[in-house]
Each structure stands twice: as structure tokens, then as C-alpha cells.
Design a binder for this molecule. Structure first.
Ligand SMILES: [Cu+2]
Length: 130
């Protein structure tokens, strides 16, 4: 890779209770030249999607989006009430103190793909609910 044009700040994953099959990963993403987060994967989850929270009538619901735009030089925050990387079909319980490896793929304006390896610490289940 010529240059890492996308940076990841403060990644974390919400912890789960036993038998819970889904969780979310959150972080701040900044793309120097602008791009789009197009996919994500993790060895702890069978399925990983990029989600947004949106109003459906009067209810906030999450739904999968094909990609998350990263405007040039602007930090985009993935947080519990907004965009997030959804980890589904979890293969294990995620406990506080664990680290979850994530692979993010960002497509630049020029069509070049950049792969980001992220190590996200697991925070307690209640983190970020306020
Ligand atoms: Cu979700």
C-alpha cells in the first residue's frame, strides 16, 4: 500500500452476554482523500454488515447499508445510536478485556481498495448507551 489514507481512532466493541449472537463495533474513521467503507469482517462473527440507524415511523431501527461515505478529511463517527459495524452470528461471547480483530475495506475515490486491520477492545455491555 502506497499510503494509508484512512485512519481509525478509538475502536471498540460492545460486550455480550452468553448466547447473545450479535453486537456492534464502533470507531471514528477519517479518510484523507475521501472514500467509502464498503465491507468489514471479523473472525469472531459469521456475518458482518455496515448498519445505520434510521427512523421507521416513530421507531429507530437499524438497517444494512451498502457502504458508508467518508468525506475527505472529515471524521465519521460510528456510535451506538448511529452508524455501526454489525457483528452477527457471533462464535463466542465477547467479554470486557478481550480484543476483537476487525478487517475494514475502504474504497477510495480512484477505486483503489485499502484494507485496514483494527484491534478493537471489548467494553462492558452498558458502555455507550447514554
Ligand atoms: Cu446493526
Amino acid at each position: 500500500m502506497a499510503c494509508a489514507q484512512t485512519t481509525v481512532k478509538d475502536p471498540w466493541v460492545r460486550g455480550t452476554v452468553a448466547q447473545q449472537k450479535a453486537s456492534g463495533a464502533f470507531m471514528q474513521l477519517t479518510s484523507a482523500q475521501g472514500g467509502k467503507l464498503i465491507s468489514a469482517s471479523s473472525p469472531v462473527a459469521g456475518v458482518v454488515e455496515i448498519h445505520e440507524m434510521a427512523m421507521d415511523g416513530n421507531v429507530m431501527k437499524m438497517r444494512a447499508i451498502p457502504g458508508l461515505d467518508l468525506p475527505a478529511g472529515k471524521s465519521v463517527e460510528l456510535k451506538p445510536s448511529g452508524y455501526h459495524v454489525m457483528l452477527m452470528d457471533l462464535k463466542q461471547q465477547l467479554k470486557e478485556g478481550d480484543t476483537v480483530p476487525l478487517t475494514l475495506v475502504v474504497e477510495g475515490k480512484d477505486g483503489k481498495r485499502e484494507t485496514l486491520e483494527v484491534k478493537a477492545p471489548v467494553k462492558a455491555l452498558a458502555a455507550g448507551t447514554k
